[in-house]
Design a protein around this ligand. Structure first.
Ligand code: AMP
Length: 281
């Protein structure tokens, strides 16, 4: 059986009000659809942590800095509802564009600092779009907890900051990245890879793991990084946008993993932008 779909904000608010009146806790899992096991792992975490679970599906135009990327983004609503069926979620909230951004919409939520680097530096406006839609989803669902994947590590830090700064009474819960057997981080964008590109794609994660090991062994960071970039490019990636070692909390750049650190990368493969990140140490 497919999960129950809710399209209007007033229906959503009515449901949530009834749950809250009965003292039930509410979890939300914001997504852009094209659901895979990574998304479903967040839903399972939400089911474990909350009495009621809302999955949201909204392909947010404001977070795409490239209109073509928005057009090409996979749209698989029926499949998504089917995949959510066995997980027994309480609502799949699928608002349309005007529900989220009615005529006259003029507000932009912008998180400073954390958004100036990595994906923020390469995708102008992206995190404003994320922060704006996530603020709306937090307020619309009135959820007690929100589940986000470490797959989008910078996004996880940004939404955590946002909830704290705006005093939104929601706990942001980070969940581990789910990978294919060959190490490729699951992503809706993997659907856009050709069969050939799909074979090369795991080299990004493999090169990152090798680089992390080298850094932990005390190797030369500049040399190791250059080797990793070479390995990624030899695998057919056309551009490594960034491959950085950064502090987990502030995302400031590190030369060695002297404190909790993360290796983060974005690279283009056959016209598809893939991102990944792993803990170092
Ligand atoms: P998206 O639909 O790509 O906007 O992702 C929705 C949520 O799922 C975000 O919190 C992502 O970080 C999370 N997510 C996406 N891919 C994965 C994955 N492979 N493992 C864990 N979480 C993921």
């Amino acid at each position: 059986m497919s999960a129950p779909i809710v399209r209007s904000l007033s229906d959503l608010r009515g449901m949530v009000a009834r749950w809250k009146q009965s003292g039930e806790t509410v979890g939300v899992v914001p997504t852009m659809g094209a659901l895979h096991q990574g998304h479903l792992s967040l839903v399972r975490a939400a089911k474990e942590g909350c009495d009621r679970v809302i999955v949201t599906i909204f392909i947010n135009p404001k977070q795409f800095n490239n209109p073509e990327d928005y057009e090409n983004y996979p749209r698989t609503e029926e499949d998504d509802a089917r995949k959510l069926g066995p997980l027994d979620v309480d609502a799949v909230y699928v608002p349309d564009g005007p529900t989220m951004y009615p005529d006259g919409f003029a507000t932009n939520v912008s998180v400073g600092g954390l958004t100036n680097v990595l994906c923020g530096a390469h995708r102008p406006g992206h995190f404003d779009g994320v922060a704006t839609v996530v603020s709306k989803l937090f307020l619309q669902t009135q959820a007690d907890r929100a589940y986000f994947g470490e797959k989008d590590f910078q996004q996880l830090q940004v939404v955590t900051r946002l909830a704290a700064d705006l005093d939104i009474p929601i706990e942001v819960v980070g969940c581990p990245t789910i990978r294919e057997e060959d190490g490729l981080a699951m992503s809706s964008r993997n659907l856009l890879l050709s069969d050939r590109a799909r074979v090369w794609a795991p080299e990004l994660n493999a090169a990152m793991e090798e680089l992390a090991e080298g850094l932990l062994a005390g190797g030369d960071a500049v040399e190791l990084r250059a080797q990793a970039v070479g390995r990624i490019e030899r695998a057919g990636f056309t551009e490594v946008e960034y491959l950085d070692l950064r502090a987990c909390d502030t995302l400031e750049e590190l030369t060695s993993p002297t404190r909790p650190a993360r290796l983060l990368a974005a690279a283009w493969l056959a016209g598809v932008r893939l991102i990944d990140n792993i803990a170092v140490g």
